[in-house]
Design a binder for this molecule. Structure first.
Ligand code: NAI
Ligand code: ISE
Length: 341
């Protein structure tokens, strides 16, 4: 059986997902696409040699009887309406981050899904599918380093040409918010943001780097350096300090060269390459689960929790204070899935 998929938004990541579904993964077929730029939609049909219909807009695509499931890869502010329309149509929907641009918007999606009575939404937090993070989670779960006490992390991009405002938090750090609570199976209670001396490579008016401090319900302290113009590469670090040992996120595999009295190995420069396997596993598992009528990945509730935490971080940055992360009780509807991928 094949899952007939419609894609809303054929920009950078939309094209990547279409490519992997068409060429790398099994069980899915792109039957419909739409983009506010029709040329863009036409171009992907041609480059991937798709037998897919182009729809006027996302709503028409969602309503099509030929579409079994929807992928939303349009701009963030459009996500909420397409996810809500997919739920109303009773169709499974994979939505790239952010689920919605406000916590209220995410909550509307959670409420619509609760009202519908079946889980239909998965959010694109792909790090949960990265082999390195999965191995690190196993080490934590098996208490191989004892009880986690602290996490030291870094999210570094070589540069961020289009970044402005709070994007280092809302566009980049969101991945840590999701993956670290999944890693620890713990929620956050407070956030604090420290703004070090600015790099001269940051866009005008952009604070870069940030040090973001989170505290969890269990009292674990997390520090994350978010540095989106670090120049040297795309570098994701995560170290768990437990009461009997320390565990590190593995480095991506790279040949070590000894030459000219130097020891060297390559550092990746692009998130696409760094997480390419994770994206493949993420979308394959989504197709497999959807074909079975299940939903197992990051849920609408997870998207909501990330949004509430992100808002606390933005407020912490603006105020310079420690800001509480106030989350309502997780509905039992979502508890059965724990914080699982
Ligand atoms: P992009 O700008 O390259 O592509 C977005 C596409 O959506 C454009 O072609 C645009 O014309 C189209 N679009 C916008 N509004 C639309 C609408 N109402 N209906 C149909 N098409 C519409 O952006 P990119 O980088 O592909 O990002 C898309 C989303 O994916 C963003 O929300 C972004 O945060 C997320 N993303 C997630 C990543 C991850 O690591 N999980 C990585 C990169 C992006
Ligand atoms: C980008 O939008 C992503 O989502 C990447 O995964 C992230 O690492 C990068 O910092 C963001 O700009």
């Amino acid at each position: 059986m094949v899952l007939k998929i419609g894609v809303i938004g054929t920009g950078a990541i939309g094209k990547d997902h279409i490519h992997r579904i068409t060429n790398t993964l099994i069980g899915g077929e792109i039957v419909a696409v739409t983009d506010v730029s029709r040329e863009q939609a036409e171009a992907v049909i041609e480059s991937e040699n798709l037998n897919a219909e182009i729809f006027e807009d996302g709503h028409a695509l969602i309503q099509s009887s030929n579409v079994d499931a929807v992928i939303v890869t349009s701009w963030g502010p459009t996500h909420e309406e397409y996810v809500l329309a997919s739920i109303a149509a009773g169709k499974p929907v994979f939505c790239e981050k952010p689920l919605a641009t406000t916590a209220e918007g995410c909550k509307r999606i959670v409420d619509a899904e609760l009202e519908h009575g079946k889980q239909l939404v998965q959010v694109g937090f792909m790090r949960r599918y990265d082999q390195g993070y999965r191995s690190l989670k196993k080490v934590v779960e098996e208490s191989q380093v004892g009880s986690p006490l602290m996490l030291h992390c870094a999210h570094r991009n070589p540069n961020a040409p289009g970044f402005h405002g709070d994007m280092p938090i809302t566009d980049s750090f969101v991945h840590e918010i999701d993956v670290l609570r999944w890693l620890l199976q713990d929620d956050y209670v407070s956030a604090q943001v420290i703004q070090p001396r600015r790099t001269r490579f940051a866009n005008e008016g952009l604070q870069d780097p940030h040090i973001i401090l989170l505290e969890t319900k269990e009292g674990i302290r997390i520090d994350v350096e978010v540095f989106v113009n670090c120049q040297y590469g795309y570098d994701i670090q995560c170290q768990v300090v437990g009461d009997t040992g320390i565990a590190n996120l593995p480095e991506p595999a790279s040949v070590v060269v000894r030459k000219d009295a130097k020891l060297s190995s390559e550092i990746l420069t692009d998130w696409r390459t760094r997480f390419i396997d994770a994206y493949d596993v993420e979308i394959q598992e989504w197709i497999d689960a959807t074909l079975k009528g299940e939903m197992a990945g990051p849920s609408a509730w997870d998207g909501y929790v990330v949004s509430v935490t992100m808002d606390a971080c933005v407020e912490a940055k603006e105020s310079g204070k420690v800001i509480p992360v106030n989350l309502p009780e997780c509905p039992s509807f979502y508890k059965k899935a724990k914080i699982e991928a």
